[in-house]
Design a protein around this ligand. Structure first.
Ligand SMILES: Nc1ncnc2c1ncn2[C@@H]1O[C@H](COP(=O)(O)OP(=O)(O)OP(=O)(O)O)[C@@H](O)[C@H]1O
Length: 702
C-alpha cells in the first residue's frame, strides 16, 4: 500500500468523524436560531418582564450563534490517541452529542492542554498527536507527531513530517491566522497563565508574541466568560493596518466580543490615522505634556468675556477681570472644569449679590434677586460665554495659541515650532489622541441636572442653557468616562508606547488584568526610561508575570542571521530568537546609482512576486513614500492583493513572504530609533529579502 493511499484512508476516516461533529454543530445552530425567534416572539407578550427576558434570551442565543458561525471553518483540528486506547478530538469550540457526550473538546479546556504540552520526552499519556488540516469542513491533510513510539500499537499509522513545519512553510496572505493547531509548549504556558496582574510576553521578532497574546484573550474569555465579556477585553495595536491584519484571529477562535482598537482609535469618537513627524511626536508623547495640558484645560476659552455689568433696581453691579479670575480659580479648585458647570451661575450670582447696596433691592431680598438674575437673558448669555461646557477637542484646538504662555519652558524652541506646525494641520494625529484623552479627564463631564448637586440654590438648579449650535460635533466623545474601563487590556508592540499613551491605556485598565507584548529591540520610542516610568504608573503596582518566547517562526534562518547583526547595532543586548527554518536563500543587497534605484527596486519586487506565492512589501523611508507611490504605481496596481508600499513604522507586527527595502541607510537616518526600525523591517520577511541602496553604510557597520 503506498503512503498516499494510507494517508487518504486516514483522511476518509477522520472526515467521517468531522462530518458527525458538523451535524451536531448545525443542530446547535438551529436551536440557537429558534431561541432568537422565540425570544423575539416573547417581546410581543407586552409586559416589561417579557421584554427583559426576551432581550437576555435573544442576546445569549445570538452570541452562541455568532460563536458557532465564526468557529465553523476548520472546526476540528486535532486528535490525541491516548495510551489507554481513547481518542480525544480537539476543536475551536466544544461540541457534545445528543446524549451530552463530548464529541469535541474546546482547545482552551483543561482536557485539551496536553495537546500542546505533551512532548516526546514527556508524552503525558499521549501516543500520537494528530493535526487535521481542513479547508472549510473538509479534511485535506494530516500531520502526525509520534510521541510515545514504545507504546504505540503496531497498526498505528503516522503521516507527515510534523504539523508545525508544514504550517510555517505555507505562503502568507494579508491576514494573520490562528495557530491553534500548532501552539508550542512555551507558547501554551503564556496562553494559559492565570489572569492576575500583568502578564508580559517578550521575545524576539516572529516568536509568536502577537498570535499567542490573541489566543490568550480567547483563553481568558473561555475560563471566565462572565467577567471578561461583561467587563470587556480591549486589544490595542500600533496601527489600523495592523488591526486589519490580526482582526480575523479571535473570531476564528469563536470569540466575537473583543474590542480591537489601534492607538489612534482608543478614545471613543476619535479616529486618527496620521503620525506626526519625529520631533512633534516625541514632544506630544512626553511626560512633560500633562502639566501643560492641565493649565490649558483651566484657561478661559479664547474670546471669553472679561467683564460683566448688570443693572438691578438702583445698583450697577460689575464683575471685572480680576473678580472673574478669582471666581474662576475658586470654581476650579473645587474640581474639574465641566463638573463646575452647575456651580458657575451660583458663584457669579453670589458675587453680584455681595455688591447690592440699594434699599429697594435689599428689601426684596436675595431670593428675588437670584430669581430675577438667573432668568434674565443677559445673565444667561454671559454665563454661556464665560463658562460653557467644553469639549476636549475644543481645548485641544487652543493649544497652538496657548503653548508659549502655558508650557512654562517645558519644550525647547525646536519642539515648540514642531508642535505648532503639527497642530496647524487641524486634524488630530495618532499622537494627539492621548492628549485629547488627558484633556477629557482633566475637564471632566458636565454633571447631569438630576438635582443631586448639594449647595446649588433651587432657582439655579433650573438654570437652563441654550444648546450652542456652533460646536464641532465630529469629535465629540460619545461615551462617559465611567464607560472607559475594561476587565482585561491587551497591548501589542508595547515597547513603542509613549508615556502619554501609557497614561491613556492606564485609565482604561485601572481595575483590569493585563497582557503586555513587546520587544525592546524593536522599539521606535526615543526615550525608553520615561516610558518605563509611565508604564509602571499605568500598572499601579500590579504583580507582573513574565514569559519569554524563544523560537522565531517567521524568518528563515538566513534572513534572521542578517537582521540579528542589525539588532546588535540597534541596542546593547537584543533579545534574539532562534530561527529554525533554513531555506538556502541568502538575503541580497544591491548597490546602484541614484538613477537606477527605483527601477532596480521594481525589478527586485517583480522577481520576488514571481518566486513566492503570498504577499510582498516594498519598504522605504517616510519622506519617499509619496514619490515612490507614483513611481511604482504600475506595479502596485497590478498586484493590489499581494504588494504593498510601506514606511518602516507601518510594517510593525506584519509579515510578508518577500520584502524589498529601498535605501536602508535612509531608514537608519530617519530618527534616533532608525536602527531599531531597520531591524523591524528586515524581520518582516518569511522567505526572500532584497535590499537596494545608493549607499551601503549600514552593511559596513554590522
Ligand atoms: N505555534 C505556531 N504555529 C504556527 N505558526 C506560528 C506559531 N507561532 C507563531 N507562528 C507564526 O509566526 C509568525 C510570527 O508570529 P507573530 O506575528 O505573533 O510574532 P511576534 O513575536 O509578534 O513578531 P514581531 O515581534 O516581529 O511582531 C506568524 O505568522 C505566526 O502565525
Amino acid at each position: 500500500m503506498s503512503s498516499n493511499n494510507a494517508e487518504q484512508r486516514e483522511i476518509d476516516a477522520e472526515q467521517a468523524y468531522v462530518d458527525a461533529v458538523y451535524e451536531r454543530l448545525d443542530a446547535s445552530a438551529k436551536v440557537a436560531q429558534s431561541l432568537v425567534v422565540e425570544g423575539m416572539a416573547r417581546g410581543h407578550v407586552g409586559n416589561e418582564g417579557g421584554l427583559v427576558e426576551r432581550d437576555a434570551m435573544v442576546y445569549q442565543a445570538s452570541l452562541r450563534l455568532s460563536a458557532l458561525n465564526a468557529a465553523h471553518d476548520g472546526l476540528v483540528f486535532g486528535r490525541l490517541n491516548m495510551l489507554d486506547g481513547d481518542s480525544r478530538y480537539i476543536g475551536r469550540i466544544g461540541v457534545r452529542d445528543a446524549d451530552r457526550e463530548i464529541l469535541l473538546i474546546d482547545w482552551r479546556a483543561p482536557a485539551a492542554a496536553i495537546f500542546y504540552q505533551a512532548t516526546a520526552q514527556e508524552p503525558a499519556g499521549v501516543i500520537r498527536r494528530r493535526v487535521l488540516r481542513c479547508a472549510n469542513d473538509k479534511v485535506i491533510g494530516i500531520e502526525d507527531d509520534l510521541l510515545d513510539a514504545d507504546n504505540a500499537p503496531d497498526d498505528l499509522v503516522v503521516i507527515g513530517e510534523g504539523a508545525l513545519l508544514a504550517s510555517l512553510t505555507r505562503a502568507r496572505d494579508s491576514s494573520m491566522h490562528s495557530v491553534v493547531a500548532t501552539i508550542q509548549k512555551e507558547q501554551d504556558e503564556a496562553i494559559r497563565a492565570p489572569s492576575r496582574g500583568a502578564t508580559t510576553i517578550g521575545g524576539g521578532p516572529g516568536t509568536g508574541k502577537t498570535v499567542v497574546a490573541l489566543h490568550r484573550a480567547a483563553y481568558l474569555l473561555y475560563t471566565d466568560r462572565r467577567r471578561f465579556e461583561s467587563g470587556g477585553v480591549l486589544v490595542v495595536g500600533p496601527s489600523t493596518v495592523f488591526m486589519n491584519y490580526i482582526e480575523r484571529v479571535l473570531p476564528s477562535l469563536g470569540e466575537t466580543s473583543v474590542t480591537l482598537r489601534s492607538l489612534g482609535e482608543v478614545v471613543d469618537g476619535l479616529r486618527a490615522m496620521r503620525h506626526d513627524e519625529p520631533i512633534a511626536a516625541a514632544a506630544k508623547g512626553s511626560s512633560r505634556m500633562p502639566a501643560f495640558l492641565n493649565r490649558a484645560a483651566a484657561a478661559p476659552m479664547p474670546g471669553s468675556p472679561t467683564e460683566f455689568r448688570y443693572f438691578y433696581k438702583d445698583d450697577v453691579l460689575r464683575l471685572d477681570a480680576d473678580q472673574l479670575a478669582r471666581i474662576r480659580r475658586n470654581l476650579l479648585s473645587g474640581g474639574k472644569r465641566n463638573r463646575a458647570y452647575l456651580k458657575a451661575p451660583a458663584a457669579l450670582v453670589d458675587a453680584l449679590w455681595a455688591q447690592v447696596a440699594g434699599d429697594r433691592a435689599l428689601e426684596k431680598g436675595e431670593e428675588e434677586f437670584v430669581e430675577t438674575v438667573t432668568t434674565d437673558d443677559r445673565f444667561v448669555d454671559f454665563v454661556e460665554d464665560w463658562w460653557p461646557p467644553v469639549e476636549p477637542i475644543d481645548v485641544w484646538r487652543t493649544l497652538p495659541d496657548v503653548i508659549d504662555e502655558l508650557a512654562r519652558g517645558a519644550f525647547d524652541a525646536e519642539e515648540l515650532a514642531a508642535l505648532k506646525a503639527s497642530w496647524q494641520i487641524g486634524e488630530p494625529s495618532i499622537e494627539d489622541v492621548p492628549l485629547i484623552d488627558e484633556l477629557r479627564y482633566v475637564i471632566g463631564e458636565v454633571p447631569s441636572t438630576g438635582g443631586d448637586e448639594d449647595d446649588v440654590p433651587k432657582q439655579l438648579m433650573s438654570f437652563e442653557r441654550r444648546e450652542r449650535e456652533d460646536r464641532n460635533d465630529r469629535f465629540r466623545s460619545t461615551q462617559s468616562i465611567e464607560d472607559d474601563g475594561f476587565a482585561h487590556v491587551l497591548v501589542d508592540e508595547a515597547q513603542d508606547l509613549s508615556p502619554m499613551q501609557w497614561r491613556m491605556l492606564g485609565r482604561r485598565g485601572r481595575y483590569a488584568s493585563w497582557t503586555i507584548v513587546g520587544d525592546e529591540a524593536q522599539s521606535s520610542w526615543p526615550h525608553p526610561k520615561e516610558s518605563a516610568a509611565a508604564r509602571k504608573a499605568a500598572l499601579e503596582g500590579k504583580p507582573e508575570h513574565a514569559f519569554r518566547l524563544s523560537t522565531n517562526y517567521r524568518n528563515s534562518a538566513e534572513i534572521y542571521d542578517l537582521a540579528a547583526q542589525v539588532a546588535a547595532v540597534a541596542v546593547p543586548h537584543p533579545d534574539l530568537a532562534d530561527a529554525v527554518r533554513r531555506t538556502g536563500e541568502l538575503p541580497v543587497h544591491l548597490t546602484v546609482g541614484a538613477t537606477e534605484l527605483v527601477d532596480t527596486a521594481r525589478r527586485s519586487a517583480r522577481e520576488i512576486l514571481d518566486r513566492v506565492e503570498g504577499t510582498v512589501a516594498i519598504v522605504a523611508a517616510t519622506d519617499r513614500q509619496a514619490e515612490l507611490a507614483e513611481q511604482l504605481a504600475d506595479l502596485l496596481e497590478q498586484h493590489p492583493e499581494r504588494l504593498r508600499l510601506l514606511d518602516g513604522l507601518a510594517t510593525k507586527g506584519l509579515e510578508f513572504d518577500g520584502v524589498v527595502v529601498i535605501e536602508p541607510d535612509a531608514i537608519t537616518a530617519e530618527s534616533s530609533a532608525g536602527w531599531r526600525t531597520l531591524y523591524v523591517v528586515l524581520t518582516r520577511a518569511t522567505q526572500l529579502l532584497t535590499t537596494v541602496g545608493t549607499t551601503d553604510g549600514w552593511l559596513s557597520r554590522i
